[in-house]
Ligand binder design. Structure first.
Ligand SMILES: [Zn+2]
Length: 418
């Protein structure tokens, strides 16, 4: 049971459409794949919709080309579990396309000197400006000179070859930040391709807060793949990083097919756990009182402040349940009963005057034991935003469909237990 966490569709330079890729992965018996198109998320929605009610999990991903600091031809960072609807993620395509066009023009110039004529307008017609597309055009135009796309790279576009141009893109730091801001994990893709600079970039990536490394990828260089796998696995262990893996599937090749590389179920669960741990930076509670809901949250698991009027965690108080009880009692004079069997993540747009949170919050479900309610806050706006809201008001603030389901499930539970 292999989860292939690096695949491409026709949304970038893959050969299969998102729908075809999902079908192919099901045919191959894979439990899940991550769609990680180059600098774009345009294939994700189709894949997600097509996978609905099918025995496969689609992980929303991206592969972002970063600035390589003129050390290697390209540095790629894969984002896993990202929010593909995020405007910043969507914008990457345009930003990097512009940078890609500059690189493509430089390559075309170099090719010209080598007597290979490729027109920039041909790239424009394809809508892509990456090296794989340039390789494809060369293959079509000069079929006698090259055996396949890989051969074009070996002779012209690849590392150290005469038409090689350094890649340009967002900085590594910007890339990690964008991925993490959308709730995703930032994974350094195929570090083997970074050759003698792999340690340099891995070190930099770790210092900038990257989440993991692709310990296995078809393009981690085949000659010493085993040795590299070992090396990258050890780096992950030492630095508590996620060990991700995937085939970097573009199409079926004689040396690689979808699902040949990836993570097993246990490793996948570890990644999920890490994601949850990272994402659930805060906990909160939904408290129900006469068809009104009180949603409170605390900004860090064991410290920080409750986002509750005048709320705070006492210094040595590390038990969040205990803190929740005390806080609610202090602020509203309500005795609550927390239902420990309900602890779910909600994507809840939590608004107050200072912050506009848009994060995943792990919620407890609670009900008041007493009817008496009073608030110490006398700021009406604060009370309106942070305190009791109707079901409809909560609905309005919930951002994602699955969160709505969780909230509705909470309502069901409350009905049963009140
Ligand atoms: Zn890739």
């Amino acid at each position: 049971m292999i989860y292939d966490l690096h695949t491409h569709t026709t949304a970038s330079d893959g050969k299969l459409s998102p729908t075809e890729l999902v079908d192919y992965a099901i045919k191959k018996g894979l439990p899940g794949i991550a769609i990680t198109d180059h600098n774009t998320v345009t294939g994700t929605q189709e894949a997600l919709e097509h996978s609905r009610d099918k025995p496969i999990e689609i992980i929303s991903g991206i592969e972002i080309s970063c600035d390589c600091e003129n050390k290697v031809k390209e540095v790629h960072i894969v984002g896993l579990f990202i929010d593909h609807t995020n405007p910043e993620i969507k914008k990457i395509k345009e930003t990097n396309k512009e940078k890609g066009k500059i690189v493509a023009k430089e390559i075309i110039e170099k090719l010209k000197q080598l007597n290979y004529e490729i027109a920039f307008s041909d790239l424009e017609k394809r809508g892509h400006f990456g090296k794989p597309i340039i390789a494809e055009l060369l293959l079509e135009k000069y079929p006698n000179d090259f055996e396949n796309r890989k051969d074009v790279f070996n002779k012209l576009l690849g590392w150290g070859q005469p038409a090689m141009v350094y890649g340009k893109g967002l900085s590594i730091e910007e890339t990690i930040k964008i991925i993490q801001k959308t709730g995703g994990l930032a994974i350094l893709a195929h570090p083997g391709q970074l050759r003698e600079y792999d340690d340099y970039f891995i070190d930099k990536f770790i210092k900038l807060g990257g989440d993991g490394i692709e310990v296995d990828n078809t393009y981690n260089y085949l000659d010493n793949a085993e040795e590299l796998r070992e090396k990258y696995r050890n780096i992950c262990k030492t630095n508590n990083l996620i060990a991700s893996a995937g085939t970097d599937f573009h199409e079926v090749k004689d040396y690689s097919d979808l699902g040949d590389r990836g993570v097993n179920e246990q490793e996948f669960l570890k990644i999920r756990h890490k994601l949850r741990y990272k994402k659930v930076k805060s906990v909160g509670a939904i408290i129900h009182n006469d068809n009104k809901f009180l949603i409170v949250k605390k900004t860090a698991a064991n410290k920080g402040h409750w986002d509750f009027p005048k709320g705070g965690i006492k210094n040595k108080e590390t038990d969040e349940m205990h803190a929740l009880h005390r806080e609610i009692k202090e602020e509203t004079n309500l005795e609550i009963e927390v239902q420990p069997n309900f602890y779910e993540e909600l994507h809840y747009k939590y608004i107050n005057k200072k912050h506009d949170y848009d994060k995943t919050v792990g919620y407890y479900l609670a009900k008041p034991k007493t009817k008496t309610f009073e608030t110490k806050s006398n700021d009406p706006e604060e009370i309106e935003e942070c305190l009791w809201a109707t079901k409809e008001e909560v609905y309005k603030k919930i951002k994602f469909e699955d969160s709505l389901e969780i909230f509705n499930r909470a309502l069901e539970q409350l009905k049963l237990s009140i």
